[in-house]
Ligand binder design. Structure first.
Ligand SMILES: Cc1ncc(COP(=O)(O)O)c(C=O)c1O
Length: 379
C-alpha cells in the first residue's frame, strides 16, 4: 500500500524512534504543537502575561474546531474536559417535567454515565441501552427513546473497540420522539469526518488529546444555535456572561450562543496546543485521513485474525473507526511489555487498542500485531 502522508509524518519526531499507535488515548506530538506550547511559555517568561494573545489563541482553537465539525464559531464553547461539557449541558436541562428521562448506552465512556446518573437528584431517570458485543444495534434506539426522553447521549465511536455509530440515523430516531441528541465525539473527532449540520445533532463534545492531536485539559462543546438561546446552564461562571469583563457578581445574564456554557478562565496552554493541532488536521482534511485509516483498519483486522488473535472490534470497517481492539486478558501488562519494545499501544480492560493516525504506516500496524503474537502465553 502506498503511504500518502510521508511529508506530514516528518512533523512527528517521536516516530523516528517509536511506533506510536495510541491515538485513542494520546496521539503523537507534532513539532507544530510543541512550538505552540513553547509560544505560551515564552509569553510567561518574557512578558509576564498576555491575556490578549492567550484569548486570541483560544479563539483560534474554537474556530478550527468549528471548521472541523462544520459548525459556526458561536456554536462552540470551550471547557476543560468532555465530562465538564456534559455537566454543563446537564445543568441546563429541567428534569422536573413530563420529559425527565435520559437515555444513554453501556458503551459510553463511564464519565458520561456518571454525569447523567448525577442528574437523578434533579429528577431524572436514566436508561442504559445494553450493548451487544460492545456495539448498539440501531433498533435499540427506536425501542428505548420515547416521549418522556429529554436527552439521548451516545458516543460517536466507542472508546473500547472503535465501533462507529451513524449519527444522522440516530438523530432522526431520537428527534422523532422529541429528544435532544448529545454526542460524545472524543474518539472520532480528528479521525472521522463530522458534519453537525448534515447529521443534525444537538450537542457534540470532544477533547483534544486523542485523534485531535493535542494535549489533555481542553474540550469543545457544540450547541446547535437555535437551542443555545433556550438554555441556561447552572454550572456556570464569568466566561458564560454577556460581558465577562463587566465584573458584576450580581448580574447573571447569559452570553449569546454556546459561549453561555463556558465557566471560568479557559485552559490557555491547552488552547495554544489545540489551535496548532486542529489547524494541521484541517489543512490535511479529515476526509482524506478517514479514508486512509479505513485501509489501516482493514490491515489490522485481517492480519490479527490471520495470526489467530481475537478481534473485539466490528470486522466490517464501515462500522468502525481507527481503533482495532484485540483481546488480551492481561492487557495492561501487554501494554507495558510493548512499550519496552518501543511500541506504544493502549490497554483498556481486556483489550489492547491499536489506534493509528494518518502518520502511521501499515508496517507499524503489522509490527504491533507481531509483538502481540509474541507475548508469552501466561502474562
Ligand atoms: C469517548 C470518551 N469520552 C470521554 C472521555 C473522558 O474525557 P474527559 O477526561 O475529557 O472528561 C474519554 C477518555 O478516554 C473517552 O474516550
Amino acid at each position: 500500500m502506498s503511504f500518502p502522508f510521508a511529508r506530514e509524518r516528518e512533523y512527528f519526531p517521536i516516530l523516528q524512534e517509536k511506533i506510536q499507535l495510541s491515538s485513542c488515548s494520546q496521539s503523537a506530538l507534532s513539532k507544530q504543537v510543541e512550538a505552540a506550547i513553547e509560544e505560551y511559555t515564552e509569553t510567561l517568561r518574557h512578558t509576564g502575561m498576555d491575556w490578549m494573545l492567550w484569548m486570541e489563541k483560544v479563539g483560534v482553537a474554537k474556530a478550527e474546531f468549528a471548521k472541523l465539525i462544520n459548525a459556526e464559531l458561536d456554536e462552540i464553547a470551550v471547557l476543560s474536559s468532555v465530562s465538564d461539557c456534559a455537566s454543563s449541558v446537564a445543568s441546563a436541562l429541567d428534569f422536573t417535567g413530563e420529559r425527565s428521562k435520559i437515555v444513554t448506552t453501556e458503551i459510553d465512556f463511564p464519565s458520561l454515565g456518571h454525569v447523567w446518573l448525577a442528574q437523578q437528584k434533579r429528577g431524572a431517570t436514566i436508561r442504559f441501552i445494553p450493548e451487544v458485543n460492545h456495539c448498539i444495534p440501531l433498533v435499540y434506539y427506536s425501542e428505548s427513546v420515547d416521549e418522556q426522553t429529554l436527552i439521548t447521549s451516545i458516543p460517536h465511536v466507542s472508546y473500547y473497540n472503535g465501533f462507529k455509530q451513524d449519527l444522522a440515523q440516530i438523530a432522526a430516531i431520537v428527534h422523532e420522539k422529541g429528544s435532544y441528541l448529545f454526542v460524545d465525539a472524543y474518539q472520532s473527532a480528528g479521525g472521522v469526518a463530522i458534519d453537525v449540520k448534515k447529521t443534525d445533532v444537538d450537542f457534540l463534545t470532544a477533547g483534544s488529546q486523542k485523534f485531535m492531536l493535542g494535549i489533555p485539559g481542553i474540550a469543545f462543546l457544540y450547541v446547535k444555535k437555535e437551542l443555545a438561546e433556550k438554555l441556561e446552564p447552572t454550572v456556570t461562571g464569568w466566561f458564560g456572561r454577556v460581558n465577562p469583563f463587566a465584573f458584576d457578581g450580581k448580574l447573571l445574564d447569559f452570553a449569546e450562543g454556546a459561549r453561555r456554557f463556558e465557566t471560568g478562565t479557559p485552559p490557555m496552554i491547552n488552547g495554544f496546543a489545540a489551535a496548532a493541532a486542529i489547524q494541521l488536521l484541517n489543512e490535511i482534511g479529515v476526509e482524506r485521513i478517514e479514508t486512509y485509516l479505513e485501509t489501516l483498519s482493514q490491515t489490522a483486522i485481517t492480519y490479527a485474525q490471520e495470526k489467530g488473535l481475537k478481534v473485539m472490534s466490528p470486522t466490517d470497517i464501515s462500522q468502525k473507526a481507527s481503533n482495532t481492539a484485540i483481546y488480551i486478558p492481561q492487557a495492561s501488562k501487554a501494554e507495558a511489555i510493548l512499550k519496552e519494545k518501543g511500541i506504544i499501544v493502549s490497554a483498556r480492560n481486556d483489550v489492547i487498542r491499536i489506534a493509528p493516525h494518518f502518520y502511521n504506516t501499515e508496517q507499524e500496524v503489522i509490527a504491533a500485531i507481531d509483538a502481540l503474537v509474541k507475548l508469552p502465553a501466561n502474562l
